[in-house]
Design a protein around this ligand. Structure first.
Ligand code: PMP
Length: 333
């Protein structure tokens, strides 16, 4: 018996019916189980798309080093794909991210460089720092280095357009009426949105934006304007990235944590789904889109990663209280 290469196990994730939300809305609310990718998140796809394309173009040479600035999940995907294909990975990350993600990056073999979290316009922001580091390593490493640059590198979006979107179409027999998710780089929303609109322009594409992000205002009012805050990680943005630019977004909502976080606990208790905060934001968005379209529609969203990646925060009463949130009464911890 011969097996598949690890990278061939990325994608082709199942669609899971979220029973409580489907029954509540009279719609089919389906979550694409991206947490089942081998690196544990939706970002395995972006990592694979970016690395394959860079190897093909020669931007990433055999044995070359992959460098990226990332809040976590992309780094995990890059480290995994990199190791599988013969590349070392160096990750530059802001120091305000969850300890679990840092540990997981190291467990996947990445070299992690933590730097202070500063606004994007500061030249020491982790994205700019990683670009400079890639240039330095490209000069000093025997096989050079490649900057993944997930926010601006369109191979991110292209891989979702080629895989995630068509998978959703096939898994719903073309009956999908709406797709909605949050945006970090915009690769998922931009890629899936494009693919589905191409297959059927009547499919509604939505953005579920967390507090602390400026993108809801951008799509609703044409101006990036940040409001509120969120404990979710990996989503929200204060700028329109190349991957998000031109995304076919029809409708958007800003989703508050006091709706999304309680849903995360309900999903654990009633559905057996153990998901991170961005999946909670996505599923509240899916519920709003279901209400907007009315009963009888099929809405798809992304189940991005596991709650275990955030357990020091999501299951920490003191941390939650400091954000005006709480664990449910049934929680035993
Ligand atoms: N959820 C989580 C947990 C993530 O880490 C990310 C990516 N940073 C996203 C959602 C958003 O994905 P994208 O970058 O494709 O917009």
């Amino acid at each position: 018996m011969s097996g598949s290469a690890l990278v061939d196990c990325i994608g082709n994730t199942p669609l899971i019916r979220v029973n409580s939300l489907s029954d509540e809305t009279g719609c089919e609310i389906l979550g694409k189980a991206e947490f089942m990718n081998p690196g544990g998140s939706v970002k395995d796809r972006a990592a694979l798309g970016i690395v394959l394309s860079a190897r093909e173009s020669g931007a990433l040479k055999p044995g070359g080093v992959i460098v990226e600035g990332t809040a976590g999940n992309t780094g995990i995907g890059l480290a995994m794909v990199g190791s599988a294909l013969g590349h070392r990975t160096v990750i530059v990350m802001p120091d305000n991210q969850s300890a679990e993600k840092i540990d997981t990056l190291k467990a996947f073999g990445a070299e992690v460089r933590l730097i202070p979290a500063v606004p994007y316009k500061n030249p020491d922001h982790f994205v700019h720092t990683s670009g400079r580091l890639a240039e330095e390593l490209n000069a000093s490493e025997p096989n050079g280095a490649f900057w993944a640059n997930q926010f601006e590198n369109l191979d991110n979006r292209a891989f979702h357009e080629k895989t995630t979107g068509p998978e959703i179409w096939e898994q719903t027999d073309g009956k999908v009426d709406g797709f909605i998710c949050a945006v970090g780089t915009g690769g998922t929303l931009g890629g899936v949105g494009r693919a589905l609109k191409e297959l059927n322009p009547d499919i509604t594409i939505g953005l579920s934006d967390p507090g602390g992000s400026g993108l809801h205002n951008y799509f609703a009012n044409g101006e990036v304007k940040i409001e509120g805050s969120s404990i979710s990680e990996g989503i929200g943005n204060s700028r329109v990235t190349a991957n998000l630019e031109g995304s076919p977004v029809d409708i958007s909502w800003q989703i508050p944590d006091d709706e999304a976080v309680p849903l995360v606990y309900d999903l654990i208790r009633h559905e057996g789904l153990v998901l991170g905060g961005s999946s909670g934001i996505n599923l509240i968005g899916a519920t709003r889109l279901a209400r907007e379209l009315g009963p009888g529609h099929t809405i798809v969203t992304i189940l991005c990663d596991s709650a275990l990646r955030y357990k020091a925060r999501l299951f920490n009463r003191e941390y939650l209280a400091s954000k005006g949130l709480s664990l449910p009464d049934w929680w035993a911890g």
